[in-house]
Design a protein around this ligand. Structure first.
Ligand code: MEV
Length: 428
């Protein structure tokens, strides 16, 4: 049985002890723990194999969000992010949600959509029928793309044909190939399958194919998370639990009605989502594109989550969004830290990873709304911001806390003040 992820006082431990605790929890080898603790992830040689024109590495902090209980499983969540408060916010919200039984999450099969654009078709409606009539043949052809994936239960699932009749270059047919990528994100296999179908589609339609590429609006690959928080767990300073529930529901209504607020609300969700996507070596641009396109479907751009008061007076939250992320392929296995992050997460399938990602998005959203709907976020942010300004002014080790505290006392978090305070500290 997995031990509890409810780590009290984790943030107060020295870094080496945090590594030790996580290593024990996730059964990391000594070499793996050492690599983490010394910040030795990707090396230059590996980086040079990953992209072009490499001249160095660009590192990010890797934090662990604690307290997550997802579908009854305790999870420690690795998050790669430069923004202060995010890891603390996720951990705090996960603690609140634990009081309501944890997150329930689901993820649809890993079905991606590949698009093939067909131009110069004399009669698009007849051509559409012709493609649909060749469904079996085309799906079988697409299945030849990756025999291993086929053996693992993946492969082509469906063919859809849409007609875009009013484009500036005339009507076009858009063929959608639905392809189950199992544990991969799937961009490569879907793009290859689309390219392999194109010549046969030209023969069938007499048209010319142009783009052959996956769609990042992965709306068949939806992940959903929900949670409940008892009102009393939300009581905070002068705010009763009931007040906090109501204030969060008000905030949710604002984001549902206004795209200006929805963009920021969703950004808060993506703070959590992206950090896990990045830590696990997945393509965060793809997940971002999918999330915002999904938020913009239908009648205008909306929030991806909802918060309501349930019949028992508890706060009930839901989040639904596409999550195209995998545990094999791409950087997930090539990047040593991503491999470790996946090991710590313990996700055995891409769907399980998507469930964690969407739960963390919901937690992050809750943390932000709870702060915004009560005291505001600036007090907490300022403390962390002060530390960053102190570091930017050159403070190191113990000095960082000293300078940050002095900045907060002064009430103005400015780098010139930080430099002056640091000089005094050095003078002492
Ligand atoms: C900041 O990174 C994220 C928030 O703006 C999210 C929100 O407003 O809901 C705090």
């Amino acid at each position: 049985m997995t031990p509890s992820s409810r780590f009290t006082g984790f943030y107060e431990l020295p870094l080496a002890d945090r590594v030790e605790r996580v290593a024990q929890w996730a059964d990391l080898s000594t070499a793996e723990a050492t690599a983490l603790g010394r910040g030795m992830g990707l090396d230059l040689a590996r980086a040079d194999d990953m992209i072009e024109n490499v001249i160095g590495l660009h590192a990010l902090p890797l934090g662990i969000a604690v307290n997550f209980l997802i579908n009854g499983r305790d999870v420690l969540v690795p998050m790669a992010i430069e923004e202060p408060s995010v890891v603390a916010g996720a951990s705090f919200a996960a603690k609140l949600v634990r009081a309501g039984g944890g997150f329930q999450a689901t993820a649809a099969p890993s079905e991606m959509i590949g698009q093939i654009q067909v131009l110069n078709v004399a009669d698009p409606h007849s051509a559409r029928f012709d493609i649909l009539a060749a469904r079996e043949e085309l799906l079988a052809l697409a299945d030849e793309t990756d025999p291993l994936l086929l053996r693992l239960g993946g492969g082509a699932r469906e063919l859809e044909v849409r007609i875009l009749s009013a484009t500036p270059v005339g009507p076009m047919l858009i063929v959608h190939l639905i392809f189950d990528c199992r544990d991969a994100m799937g961009a490569n296999v879907v793009n290859t399958a689309c390219e392999s179908l194109a010549p046969r589609i030209e023969e069938i339609t007499g048209g010319r194919t142009r783009l052959r590429i996956l769609s990042n609006l992965a709306d068949r690959r939806l992940a959903r998370a929900r949670c409940r928080v008892p009102a009393e767990a939300l009581a905070f300073q002068g705010f009763s639990g009931e007040e906090v529930v109501q204030n969060i529901v008000d905030a949710s209504a604002f984001a549902a009605a206004d795209p200006y607020r929805a963009a920021t609300h969703n950004k808060g969700i993506m703070n959590g989502v992206d950090a896990v996507v990045l830590a696990t070596g997945n393509d965060w641009r793809a997940v971002e594109a999918g999330a915002h396109a999904y938020a913009g479907r239908g009648r205008g751009y909306r929030s991806l989550s909802t918060w309501a008061q349930d019949v028992r007076g508890e706060l009930a939250g839901t989040l639904e969004m596409p999550v195209a992320a995998g545990i094999v392929g791409g950087a997930t296995q090539v990047h040593p830290t991503a491999r470790l992050a996946l090991k710590i997460l313990g996700a055995e399938t891409a769907q399980e990873l998507a469930q964690v990602i969407v739960a963390v998005g919901l937690a992050q959203n809750l943390a932000a709304l709870r702060a915004l709907a009560t005291e505001g976020i600036q007090r907490g942010h300022m403390q962390l911001h002060a530390r960053q300004v102190a570091m930017a002014a050159g403070a190191q080790g113990q000095e960082i806390r000293q300078v940050a505290e002095a900045l907060i006392e002064r009430g103005e978090i400015r780098q010139d003040h930080a430099a002056a305070i640091l000089e005094d500290v050095h003078g002492e």
